[in-house]
Design a protein. Structure first.
Length: 77
């Protein structure tokens, strides 16, 4: 059970870091951020509008909030 807790904690930390980075990228250069993150304009807007409290809640899910996209970057995987 402790191992599951460690994994859940690691996922939560990763998710929060990802959301903070995504929000920063989108605020600094929205078009570049959307392209690098692979998100739509609507999702970019939602990410930008998240409060710290909302990010904390999203980060606590037991699934990653991002998805690997190695299929769109040939030769990088």
């Amino acid at each position: 059970m402790e191992e599951e807790s460690d994994i859940s904690d690691a996922i939560a930390k990763f998710n929060l870091s990802y959301l903070l980075l995504a929000q920063r990228m989108l605020r600094e250069d929205r078009e570049s951020g959307k392209r690098m993150l692979g998100v739509s304009d609507v999702l970019a807007g939602r990410i930008c509008s998240l409060t710290s409290a909302e990010m904390e809640v999203l980060a606590q899910t037991e699934e990653l909030v991002c998805q690997l996209r190695v299929h769109v970057a040939p030769g990088r995987a």
